[in-house]
Ligand binder design. Sequence first.
Ligand SMILES: [Zn+2]
Length: 317
Amino acid sequence: MSTPRWRTRFAPAPTGWLHLGHVLNAITVWGMARAYGGSVLLRIEDHDRRRCKPDYEAGIREDLAWLGFTPDDEAPRQSMRGDRYAELLSALESRDLVYACSCSRREIAGGAGERHLELVYPGTCRTRHLDSDTTAARRVRLVEAAQSFADVRGGSMTQTPALQCGDLLVRDRDAQWTYQFAVTVDDMDQGIDLVIRGEDLLTSTGRQLQLAQLLGRPQPARFLHHGLIRHDDGEKLSKSRGDTGVRELRNAGATAAEVIGAAAYAGGLIGRAVPVLAGDVGALFAGGASFDHLPSGQNLSPVGKVPTAWPHPHGRL
Ligand SMILES: [Zn+2]
């Protein structure tokens, strides 16, 4: 195999077991990398230590190996990267781009916020000049600017993070680094060219691009948001609903190829639930015309084998 020209990542949080939604993400990550000459970095996203458990991490690794998805490389876990996050936070602070915030979620919601809606931080502490001893929480000032990007699947998009979420929380009141900050720093430091994730995270792409810019990332990451596996009622899979876990399917006697095939089918990648080996997922993506300019302007030509008799593909992602 030729030297990989670009890098993507599979980045599970050890807060639960792998389910079919994760498998669909793994199929897309490994599929794109194998089809277009990229490499896959595994990153354990344990930035929020309150919710992560070693058992879950061990289970994720075991399930991934059982499925047959082998990463090309592994990043240091996020809980080991606190010094680096602190260093970059200080750099932002020295440019007066960060301020301390003591607001609770309830205060931000003002009693009127609906639980499922994203809260827009109104900038309450922007001009309060709180002593940094008062709270561990820090926010990055965002200017009200539109952020445009080209999603590899969805095409051109524009978001205005300052209006969607307000100044970005990078560390919370319990001194835990936020998801947005940790992944943006990691994607920059680890040279991730293409971020592949579910469309439920699409709303946060603009803010990650703006944050990466403030952090001094020279070339922004490209993003590909894939569809989600949903229940008949439209709800996405989640561990809280006890959704189809990889280990339950495995214990029930399913083969790895059957589990991958089920996720690919449920995610609309193939027209019938046929077994798919992890080593063959590149074929699901090879030759996709919409990936011609991936990533960072490199013209990628498929290197994976092109399927000749794939059953009724309906939509490539
Ligand atoms: Zn505040």
